[in-house]
Design a protein. Structure first.
Length: 159
């Protein structure tokens, strides 16, 4: 990320775009290790979340159990987008979307467990919106991945 920011500074640019010649690097994370390793991971993650978007390095944190022990509130507060799938309690939903949304009627605890893909999405400038995403079976994913690989092979032959 720092190398990308140095290059942006040298080129007089504010952020990585499609025209700058860099691919986006999506960062996924999982927290394991000793307490000191987890603390270092949290500090590095906070830096990536705070500065990574302009360098085309967005961070995605996902958990099955939203709590302050899993994702520190100071880190969670840096995310511009929050996506809550079904939670078992209003407080778990608020952990993802932000304090108070459940009290306003935006709670992932109200999502029927039989409605796969239904969720609440909070973008950086609004209120949560109820959305439905596609549910893909394992066979769907294998087919989609094979098709994408086919398209890439076909695309590279034209260059």
């Amino acid at each position: 990320m720092n190398n990308r920011y140095d290059e942006l500074l040298d080129r007089g640019l504010r952020k990585i775009t499609r025209n700058t010649g860099h691919d986006a690097v999506l960062i996924f994370s999982a927290t394991v290790g000793t307490k000191p390793q987890q603390a270092e991971f949290a500090a590095l993650s906070r830096d990536l979340v705070a500065r990574g978007r302009a360098a085309a390095m967005p961070v995605v944190l996902a958990t099955q159990r939203p709590s302050h022990q899993v994702i520190d509130p100071s880190l969670r507060g840096l995310f511009a987008y929050r996506w809550a799938f079904r939670c078992t309690t209003d407080s778990s939903s608020d952990t993802v979307l932000g304090h108070g949304w459940a009290g306003e009627g935006y709670t992932a605890a109200s999502i029927d467990p039989r409605t796969r893909g239904v969720s609440w999405l909070l973008a950086e400038t609004g209120v949560p919106r109820r959305i439905k995403t596609a549910y893909l079976t394992d066979d769907d994913i294998r087919h989609l991945a094979a098709y994408a690989a086919h398209l890439r092979r076909k695309d590279t032959r034209h260059d």
